[in-house]
Ligand binder design. Structure first.
Ligand code: TYD
Ligand code: MG
Length: 436
């Protein structure tokens, strides 16, 4: 049978039956590579002689559900994100920027649960060195430095039913002899992941695959694997800040809204059970432009410092620079302040920063950002024992947000006696008056 092929963009995964010089989807030049279409082979089987006869549905109420065994690492922040531990026979993809701490995190987990570390990225000695730095002796860790996916799969298939974790670091370094593309190309990624996944499923091996996101920030590489795996984790943070946040983008065996917080230290990643303390550790009190807000990450409230700096602009189109805040949201908040409070921000540069390399993903921080900007503009510090949260509407009104009670409680627990929230102020104007 003739092999079916298609042309796959190595940048975004776009598939086309014919070749283009420029990818019609993402516009990258010379990125389409001919790739064997494995689905085509499979679908002929499904229609042909291998189709099962007499398949029958059953009542959903009759389906027995047995809670699967989970491997617990006892790293609370990790287990919670996984939904209580790693499910036997499940495949997890951990993605994130290069250098963010993926190998480190999974080495910690492996140390706790025991298992095999397949390293395509580093030699056995390099992994040993890292482990040593992290205080891991490695008695219950086996290491296999290998990049040929066939060799890895053939080793895994010789194993008896294994409950130990297997880590593959990273999928981009593996390649198969069946394909021409270089390691890391979309075709190779898919094929290697497919081989690994099927052996993991057949053997009931819990498998964790590491995948880097590409420089462009799209998860072009790992993205094409997301539908093949059970769980997709994403580790994020600013490279030069210490906080790391582990998120679930997909989880067939647990909730997706949980996050795990870690701190990168000299001896590896440390769990952070009190994230507010971490994000507020460098705060300088009584300085204009500093406001503490309460963000909700997953189900957890955490206190974070927002800093703003407002200075007269030397250029006709003043600068708006946001670190950890969406640029359009920042512009919107500035516009609201100009219109509703008559603050002439049109001639001022505005810089906003979120502490700890955190990214604001909800409008709940609007009011805090606004108050920080006003505070810097007026050169008046906010009461250091005040925490601020609430969404801002276009009319300058303060709108209520989710989990206000929980946020208030967390602020009070950490000694913030004044809470400026939708419960206490109705408009940004009223909030500004608190600054005097
Ligand atoms: P690493 O886990 O190798 O990242 P990834 O696998 O995501 O590419 O971690 C990379 C960075 O973390 C590296 O720049 C050094 C730093 N690091 C520490 O600060 N402390 C440590 O104990 C370890 C192991 C790494
Ligand atoms: Mg690594």
């Amino acid at each position: 049978m003739k092999l079916k092929t298609s042309f796959v963009c190595q940048q975004c995964g776009y598939e086309s039956p014919s070749w283009y010089g420029k990818c019609p989807n993402c516009g990258t030049w010379n990125a389409l590579v001919e790739t064997v279409k494995e689905e085509a082979v499979k679908s002929t089987f499904a229609r042909g002689p291998l189709a099962k006869v007499g398949v029958k549905p059953q009542k959903l109420s009759d389906v027995k559900h047995i809670e699967k065994n989970r491997l617990k690492s006892n790293i609370v922040e990790f287990d919670r994100v996984m939904g209580g531990g790693i499910v036997q026979g499940s495949v997890t993809l951990l993605s994130g920027d290069p250098g963010i701490g993926k190998s480190t995190l999974l080495l910690h987990v492996l140390d706790k649960v025991g298992g095999l570390y397949v390293s395509g990225e580093e030699s056995a000695e390099q992994v040993k060195l890292r482990a040593k730095r992290m205080g891991i002796t490695g008695e219950n860790i086996e290491i296999l430095a290998e990049t040929g996916v066939e060799s890895i799969v053939s080793y895994l298939s010789t194993l008896g039913n294994l409950s130990n974790l297997v880590i593959v670091d990273s999928i981009q370094t593996l390649s198969s002899d069946d394909l021409e593309g270089l390691a890391g190309s979309v075709g190779q990624l898919r094929h290697c992941a497919e081989l690994l996944t099927s052996v993991a499923k057949a053997k009931g091996i819990p498998l964790a695959i590491i995948g880097h996101v590409t420089k462009e920030g799209t998860i072009a590489g790992p993205k094409v694997l997301e539908h093949m795996v059970d769980t997709v984790l994403f580790l994020e943070g600013e490279r030069f800040a210490n906080a790391r946040i582990l998120r679930t983008l997909k989880n067939r065996f647990g909730p997706v809204e949980e996050v795990g917080i870690f701190e990168m230290k000299g001896e590896g990643l440390k769990e952070v059970s009190n994230p507010s303390a971490l994000f507020l550790q460098d705060r300088v009190k009584n300085v204009p432009g500093s406001v503490v807000t309460v963000l909700l990450e997953g189900t957890r409230p955490m206190l974070v410092e927002i800093q703003a700096l407002v200075v007269p602009s030397q250029i006709p189109l003043p600068r708006r620079v946001g670190n950890g805040i969406d640029y359009n949201r920042l512009q919107l908040l500035i516009a609201i302040l100009q219109k509703r409070l008559n603050i002439p921000l049109g001639t001022f540069d505005v810089f906003v920063n979120v502490s700890g390399g955190l990214k604001i993903g909800e409008p709940a921080a609007d009011l805090a950002v606004a108050v920080a900007i006003i505070s810097s503009f007026k050169n008046k510090p906010l009461d250091p024992k005040a925490a601020v949260f609430g969404e801002l509407g276009l009319l300058g009104e303060v709108r209520s947000i989710g989990s206000e009670e929980r946020r208030t409680k967390e602020a009070r627990r950490l000694g913030f006696t004044t809470v400026i929230s939708p419960k206490t102020v109705r408009s940004v104007k009223q909030a500004a008056e608190i600054l005097g």
